[in-house]
Design a protein around this ligand. Sequence first.
Ligand code: NAP
Length: 331
Amino acid sequence: MHVLIIGGTGNISRAIVKSLLKRGHRVTVYNRGQRIDQPPPEVEVITGDRRDREQFESTLAARQFDVAIDMISFTAADAQSTLNALPNVGHIIQCSTVMTYGPPFSGLYQDTDAPLNGRHDGGYGAGKVAADELLLGQMAKGGVPVTIAKPSFTFGPSHPLFRQVDWGSDWLDRLKKRKPIIEAAEGLNYFQFLASADAGEAFAALCGLPAAHGKVVHVVNPAAMTWHEWHAMAANALGVPLETVSVPWDILVAADASRFSALTTCLGHNQVFSARSLHELVPDWAPKVPLQQAVNETIEWLQRHDNIENSDNNPLEDRIIAAMRQIKGTF
Ligand SMILES: NC(=O)c1ccc[n+]([C@@H]2O[C@H](COP(=O)([O-])OP(=O)(O)OC[C@H]3O[C@@H](n4cnc5c(N)ncnc54)[C@H](OP(=O)(O)O)[C@@H]3O)[C@@H](O)[C@H]2O)c1
């Protein structure tokens, strides 16, 4: 098969490229060429910016692909542009997200029929819901076959390693310097962490699979774990002890609403989704990369590229920790 990836040099998409090549497929990627890690030489690269709709659509309309994987479609307008660009493609896989389900999330091990509460978030989730619905809607009218793939948190070399309370990377610097890190309510909420290599295998297996046409598929690690366990893996990768200070998340939001706002949306809640939809279509898929190994490799990449923020520039965490210790000392 000849597979086009819109993207192709990012966190998940690089892993997809690798899995497709391993399976003997021909691969073309379309991106702006801004990433440090470029694709292997056997991959055809088309350089362009998909936001320049005219250029994007005319460049790709002149080509023929069996499958297109769209890694950077965030709105209905993006999805429509992909359809305009590829009217004759055999199969489109739209990279969506589990953030289409919330917040609020309606329960544990939600399946593909869970309410799409993310449509009300006014941003990321809403845009993905609109893009997914547009694609499925045109297929229902006899258009291009589509599959909506919804990954949970997926990481690997080139991607920042988030923690439970914010999107920054300075927590890794804190660990390296043997400073304690904050956890919200002991970091005990459950999340699904997936190595990008395992996501790559799932996407590659879905390519051109007729049974996947018209389906929504969760690309998630069936084994959930807590953020505390995740933080411990990072400490282990750095060879340092993990020291944590538990803080109620409403106090964190009061301390800096913008920095810790992700707690109130996704990071502070249990987010666990069923992998049934993927297992049904690709029964032999299972995460193969041990998470500790993936964390080690990601931290090694971040350190090599000097991509970890200096925690000394951000004294707020120390102030919060000092305040918590003072409160405890009061009793
Ligand atoms: N990581 C997660 O935890 C997670 C979870 C759920 C869903 N997702 C979804 O995964 C997708 C991201 O995939 P990824 O990890 O491969 O992405 P990524 O690491 O953000 O990389 C994005 C890719 O798209 C290219 N690109 C970005 N903007 C572009 C533009 N305007 N025109 C052309 N190419 C562009 C980038 O290359 P250049 O910068 O060189 O153009 C790169 O190849 C998103 O749709 C996201 O919603 C991610």
